[in-house]
Structure formats: structure tokens, C-alpha cells
Design a protein around this ligand. Structure first.
Ligand code: SAM
Length: 216
């Protein structure tokens, strides 16, 4: 037993990756097709997907809201952790991304469990009912995370699961002059997230750092 955490190195990540339940051929093919279609490779890692699936199963989640669909990788992965009548409502601003995701959702094993909602999440989230989700995953424009979180605190039922990506600001969390324009917004959001009274939360050092919280 140790009160401190073992410092995770690149070697640990490789070790974890090699021992995680595989993503399966459809998600691997989706990534190849997305890259060929010019969609940026900014989807979550297979080990983060496996971790989120386990959290969703443990939470007994049926309804999930995602902000940021991209190619549909995380939406399909999360839908696989839901029961037959479960649903991921995933919100996407860009039609090209939504078109691609809908196509791959349709050919996936969870075609009936993913709905792509087009439009700006700032406009779409307010239309979702109170307590209508068991979990949320925020993975879009970082400057709007505070607004997405505020909306999800209303949409996700008490005791629900909150997951937010990129707490490590694309690896630039500690850079004095980060080149990524969203890094300052991530840093500011991390300070806010750490102090939300309704959430017990922790940053898990997986992928680019994922916030995991449970509302109290
Ligand atoms: C990092 S990607 C999402 C990756 C995806 N969650 C995955 O892991 O497979 C972010 C996506 O959010 C979308 N996005 C950005 N701003 C948005 C907004 N205001 N409303 C909805 N979607 C937005 C982008 O177009 C992009 O497709």
C-alpha cells in the first residue's frame, strides 16, 4: 500500500494500452475512414473508451448526453455500454462530422442507440429536459465548457456521472506559453470544476486527462 501515486510514464501507458479490452474492428475501421475523409484524429483513445464504458456500466446508465461527436467514435463506444433501450444523444456543430458519424452509427452494432443532434451545443443543450440523462461527456470547444457544465448539471439526474475530456490541455497544462489556443480555457475550467459544490470529482490521468465526477 502507498499513500502516494506511482508516476505514470510513457511505458506505463503502453503497458495499459496493450492490456485493455480491444476497441474491435468497426471502431478501428471508423478511424481509418475518418482520417481518409480529412476528419482530424482527435477522438478519445481506446483505453479511455474502455474506462468510460466501465464507468457507464457501473453507473447503470441508460441515457447519455455527449457534446462533440466528431466521427462518432466515443458515441458508439459509449452506446455499447448501455442497455438495449439506452441512448446516446450526441451534439455536433459541423455537418460534415455529423454526416460521417451518422453513416458509421448506421452500420454499427448500436445503430438504434445513438442520435446525432446537429447544431451548436449552446443552442441545443437548453432544449434537453431536466434530469433526462444519467451521464454526460463533454468533448468540444473548451471555452464553452463552463456553459456546457451548467446545462449538464440540470440535464443529468442527481447521482449521475460527469466526464469531461482534455483536463491536461493537450499536454500543455504546465506550459508557460502554450501554443494551443484552448489551453488557457482548459486551465480556467479545471479550477472551476474542482470547486463545483454539487460534484465529487477527480482528474484521471488517461488520454489527455479526463475529469470524472458524480453529482451529490
Ligand atoms: C474533440 S472532437 C470530439 C471527439 C469525440 N468525442 C470522440 O472522442 O470521438 C470535438 C467536436 O466538437 C465539435 N464542436 C465544436 N464546437 C461545438 C459546438 N459549439 N457545438 C457542438 N459541437 C461542437 C467539433 O466540430 C468536433 O467535431
Amino acid at each position: 500500500m502507498s499513500a502516494d501515486s506511482t508516476r505514470v510514464t510513457e511505458r506505463h501507458f503502453d503497458y495499459i494500452r496493450e492490456r485493455t479490452t480491444p476497441e474491435g474492428p468497426l471502431l478501428a475501421d471508423l478511424k481509418t475512414a475518418a482520417a481518409a475523409a480529412g476528419i482530424p484524429a482527435i477522438w478519445i483513445s481506446p483505453e479511455q473508451a474502455a474506462f468510460m464504458q466501465i464507468l457507464l456500466r457501473l453507473a447503470g446508465a441508460r441515457e447519455v448526453v455527449e457534446v462533440g461527436t466528431l466521427a462518432g467514435y466515443s458515441a458508439i463506444a459509449m452506446a455499447r455500454a448501455l442497455p438495449e433501450d439506452g441512448r446516446v444523444r450526441t451534439l455536433e456543430l459541423m455537418d460534415a462530422h455529423a454526416d460521417f458519424a451518422e453513416d458509421w452509427v448506421a452500420r454499427s452494432d448500436v445503430a438504434g442507440r445513438v442520435e446525432v443532434h446537429r447544431g451548436d451545443a449552446r443552442a441545443v443543450l437548453p432544449s434537453l429536459a431536466d434530469d433526462s440523462a444519467d451521464a454526460c461527456f463533454l468533448d468540444a470547444d473548451k471555452s464553452e465548457y463552463p456553459e456546457y457544465l451548467r446545462e449538464c448539471l440540470r440535464i443529468v439526474r442527481p447521482g449521475g456521472l460527469f466526464m469531461v475530456d482534455n483536463a491536461f490541455a493537450f499536454g500543455q497544462l504546465f506550459d508557460e506559453n502554450p501554443t494551443d489556443r484552448e489551453a488557457p480555457a482548459v486551465k480556467a475550467f479545471n479550477e472551476q470544476m474542482a470547486r463545483v459544490p454539487e460534484l465529487q470529482s477527480v482528474i484521471v490521468p488517461m488520454g489527455d486527462g479526463v475529469w470524472v465526477g458524480v453529482s451529490t
